[in-house]
Write a protein that binds this ligand. Structure first.
Ligand SMILES: [Zn+2]
Length: 188
């Protein structure tokens, strides 16, 4: 994927489950590449791209596929002082935004039904559903732009994209000869 930006370059790395969960990662901030001040757990989630497209079919197939396919992995990741709460704000803001958006959609549909004095027909419900699904999908995608995020999680590994180039370079460097364990602090 091309990134037309002059900001710090982003890289993609694949970590083994063990090194990710145990924090056997170089002390370089995952987000900006500056020296890390601490290691803190970040939970990554991932599900196949096609499952998001199910949102266009209405919310139910999407929720069903999410239940079936979503994988999670906790990564004990290095962060600089500026990014030590990385992802926290998004995690706090995103659920309310999605909840409000859903409520607005439901109320709008109910209002439309009340205004016409009869329940919406099948076609109208589908259109409302598509619109809703499209809006939710857009919000989810926008929230993920330019973040450190998982592009694949398997039982053995996690692939992260949007990580700092300096982190990826250091990881590459340490992976040659088996790196000695790093001093790990503040695991919560
Ligand atoms: Zn940082």
């Amino acid at each position: 994927m091309a990134r037309g930006s002059s900001e710090s370059t982003m890289a993609q790395v694949t970590l083994g489950r063990l090194e990710a969960e145990e924090g056997a990662l170089p002390p370089v901030c995952l987000c900006c590449g500056k020296p890390a001040a601490l290691y803190r757990v970040h939970r990554f989630g991932w599900q196949p791209v096609y499952s998001y497209l199910a949102l266009l079919l209405t919310i139910w197939p999407f929720l069903f596929l999410t239940l079936l396919t979503r994988r999670r992995m906790r990564v004990l990741a290095p962060w600089c002082p500026a990014h030590r709460r990385y992802g926290g704000v998004r995690r706090m803001v995103l659920p309310p935004v999605l909840a409000i958006l859903t409520a607005v959609l439901v109320l709008t549909t109910a209002w439309a039904a009340a205004a016409t004095g009869r329940p919406l027909g099948g076609m109208q419900q589908l259109v409302a559903s598509w619109t809703g699904g499209f809006l939710l999908l857009s919000v989810l995608l926008i929230a993920r732009l330019r973040t450190v995020r998982a592009v694949e999680i398997t039982t053995e590994s996690i692939t992260l994209t949007g990580v700092a180039e300096a982190f990826a370079a250091q990881l590459q460097l340490e992976k040659g000869p088996r790196a000695q364990p790093l001093p790990v602090r503040a695991a919560s």
